[in-house]
Design a protein around this ligand. Sequence first.
Ligand code: IPM
Ligand code: MN
Length: 352
Amino acid sequence: MNSYDIAVIGGDGTGPEVTAENIKVLDAAGQKFGFKLNYTDFDFGGDRYLRTNEVLPDSASDDLRNFPAVILGAIGHPDVAPGVLEKGILLRLRFELEQYINLRPVKLFDERFCPLKDKKPEDVDFVVVRENNEGLYTGSGGFVFKGTPNEVAIQESVNTRRGVERCLRYAFEYTQKRNKDKQLTLCGKTNVLTYAFDLWDRAFHEIGEADYPDIKREYAHVDATTMWFVKNPEWFDVIVTDNMFGDIITDLGAMVQGGMGIAAGGNINPEGTSMFEPIGGSAPKYTGQNVINPLAAICSGALMLEHLGENEAAKAIEDTVISVTREKIKDLGAGRMGYSTTEVGDLVASSL
Ligand code: IPM
Ligand code: MN
């Protein structure tokens, strides 16, 4: 029987609640499909920081490297200044573990939950491959004359040929494996960011032409991409983009698929430790109320199983989430599902 050692960071706010439901469903899938997950908890998050004054122990990445995958609930605490935990835990782990891909599927499970008029599940089914280690997120830049009237703030976008190329290759491979329209769209801003996206654009066409001639290459500026997401989401199959644009368009993507209650993502290092999370935040005001929607976390569990090679189980979880969403759930928002957090987890686990 296959068995996997999984690290669990429940994190802040409602993170631990949705993580518990994710694990409930993963264990049910393990029973059905014959694999076992062994969990090890890590207490990283706002409470630990407030208690110990340490954001993340320096040993964290080395400890996590012993696991093929990490389940992450949410990071973000109302008593901690914005940025401290996000940069100090989430971004630090993404960087140190070289999770250079942020994979974010955008799939509408039920027409009722799409804010776009007349769009159906077959119209909203694409995947964003977001570069996850570079761009504006590296922290490169600085202040000059800070706090004076002459203050200068510079924030640089870092794009290395190696970083861009490994992201593009992953996206081409993914498009091939997904085997839907065999179309990969580069989302950029070649008309203004004439250095960064010149590199992206050249690498995109060089790699595509040489190694993936069967994949159709498209290009869209990021501003136009947001327009097409709303107007013609059916045009997209796989989209590849840099870190900042990927951050922005995937929040829009999440809304198009029904909201943060359902949107999941994977921080992927194809050769190392990957980390799977619901893309919504810690929603602190709902903590402990058993009202938050765990379906995004459960979908992130399915992404993790797919990554581990348990494809049949991953597909079964997704199919079950789709049928539960269609047949039972009243609304994807917190407190409006018609069921509690734990009941939604039970529904998925039992119908599996
Ligand atoms: C996300 C989040 C993070 C990001 C924040 C919390 C640092 O918005 O995962 O999309 O910007 O990547
Ligand atoms: Mn974001």
